[in-house]
Design a protein around this ligand. Structure first.
Ligand code: FAD
Length: 470
């Protein structure tokens, strides 16, 4: 009997839990539901949606190699998913619906509604744990609660991980051709801005596997020393592929382990610290299930909701446009806008600058990031922003405020990254690129700092201290 496989953020045929299970039961028809209004409502911008659409195309080609047709519908919003899937199941006489679970609140609500609608017509529904080693709720503290901090979560993760959770799922064998034509991509939704050059982010599972192989071959062993140096491109740049499931964490973990004599937790420092980042990714996915308030624009630490954020549109625009007068912050923001991606160290630096130096609500920065990131993903983005704003799980304590000039000299010592994105400063010697001369000589119109570090720091400290009194 026919099986419907509903693809969402798992755009691959390799190592796909739901697809492997569906194919074991019968011939598969693949489905992708485009939800442009929902995506827009969630704040994703042209970069992510363009990458997603190219990913769906690449998936369609990979499925064609297995004789699996890909049916596509533009349904606008999640609310229309139950009806669309029931109609497809009827049209194709499907026996069951399969999908890999997604964890933010709207996605879980959508899946629950789909489950009810399918049950009503006698269609069986199968959800699978695929993008995570552990289903949220499987790793709990001794008191039976979700972990609120990363380190004990990571310890539990390492204690309980086993071969079955890490084993790659079977790729289905080509099936008998079915008399069902797949669909072309629906028309692209309109966005005010054009997406970044597609060549920066080639889509699909093959491009992802290539990147993983190159990272492990050339960069992984230096990851521990180079991961904080944006000019060195020492990280994997796999986040867009993981966010849309063109690559699975199992594929990453397996490949890293085989470079590391089979180990996850000990061995090469570069490889183990990279594996640790994949555990961070999983941690934030558990957080959105354990603390669904974070999906409702609420801070993880509820008392911080009272913080007196400043409503300063001019400062916010300067941050967005890379005109704060702090070169590392500005270079980073230009990297984001020009490439759809930003280095992790710089995500921390820019997020902390917005929330501490400018004392602007982290939710505005969170939305701006999502609107530009190719890898924009709710759980990691929200987790990162709340970390920087000191409102989140492992939050940076509010009094530890990065000095953006010191960060520049530590992590971009020769000013190479700054000069790349701020060519107006390229003629200055390295040290002056970290803090350009105030007289404007040789800075080609680069702006003076919009806030003074010391004064801004004190203002942020006062705002956080005031929380204790409200
Ligand atoms: P690598 O260093 O090669 O790490 C490998 C993978 O681990 C990444 O691809 C990613 O999937 C995961 N990972 C690494 N660091 C983190 C982390 N801190 N939290 C969760 N997962 C992590 N990541 C996103 O995928 N999407 C986002 O929207 C996002 N927004 C962020 C916003 C802020 C303010 C901050 C501080 C971090 C954010 N991150 C986000 C996490 C991190 O910055 C990126 O995952 C990382 O920079 C991607 O680069 P990479 O693939 O080269 O990472």
């Amino acid at each position: 009997a026919r099986q419907l496989m509903w693809f969402r953020s798992d755009l691959r045929t390799l190592d796909n839990t739901a697809l492997a299970a569906a194919a074991r039961r019968g011939p598969v028809i693949a489905v992708f539901l485009h939800c442009p209004e929902q995506w827009r409502g969630h704040g994703h911008g042209a970069n992510k949606i363009d990458f997603l659409r190219r990913g769906v195309k690449a998936l369609r080609d990979a499925l064609a190699g297995l004789n699996i047709p890909l049916v596509q519908r533009d349904i606008g919003r999640f609310e229309a998913a139950p009806q669309a899937l029931v109609a497809l199941a009827r049209e194709h006489h499907a026996e069951a619906l399969h999908f890999n679970r997604e964890y933010p609140l709207d996605e879980r609500r959508r899946d629950a509604a789909v489950g009810d609608a399918c049950q009503a017509i006698g269609l069986s529904v199968h959800g699978y744990t695929d993008g995570l080693a552990f289903e949220p709720g499987e790793l709990l503290s001794g008191q039976g609660d979700y972990y609120r901090v990363f380190t004990p979560f990571a310890k539990a993760w390492h204690r309980r991980i086993d071969a079955a959770r890490l084993a790659l799922r079977d790729t289905p064998a080509p099936q008998t051709r079915q008399p069902i034509a797949g669909d072309p991509l629906p028309e692209a939704p309109e966005y005010p801005e054009r997406p970044v050059d597609a060549a920066l982010w080639p889509a699909g599972q093959e491009a992802a596997a290539d990147r993983l192989a190159r990272f492990l071959r050339f960069r992984a062993r230096h990851y521990a020393e180079q991961r904080d140096r944006p000019a060195l491109a020492g990280t994997s740049e796999l986040s867009p592929y993981l966010a849309l499931g063109m690559l699975s964490p199992r594929q990453c973990l397996q490949a890293a382990m085989s470079e590391n004599d089979g180990h996850l937790g000990d061995g090469d420092k570069g490889l183990t610290s990279w594996i640790n980042e994949l555990v961070w990714r999983e941690f934030y996915q558990h957080i959105v299930v354990g603390f669904p308030e974070v999906c409702r624009y609420r801070p993880f630490q509820t008392h911080t909701d009272k913080l007196a954020w400043r409503h300063d549109d001019a400062n916010f625009a300067a941050w967005c446009e890379g005109r704060t007068g702090y070169p590392l912050v500005d270079a980073a923001m230009r990297q984001l806008v020009q490439t759809g991606w930003m280095h992790n160290r710089l995500r921390m630096v820019t997020a902390m600058f917005l929330t501490k130096h400018l004392l602007i609500d982290w939710r505005r920065g969170e939305a701006f990031f999502l609107g530009h990131l190719v890898d924009g993903e709710f759980a990691a983005n929200n987790g990162g922003w709340q970390w920087a704003a000191s409102t989140g799980t492992d939050a940076a304590p509010y009094f530890r405020i990065f000095n953006p000039t010191t960060q520049a000299s530590r992590f971009d010592p020769d000013g190479r990254f700054i000069a790349h994105y701020l060519p107006e400063l390229a003629d200055l010697p390295a040290r002056a690129r970290h803090a350009p001369p105030r007289d404007g000589l040789g800075t080609n119109g680069y702006p003076a700092p919009i806030v003074d570090h010391k004064a801004a720091r004190l203002r942020a400290l006062d705002a956080f201290k005031a929380l204790a009194n409200v």
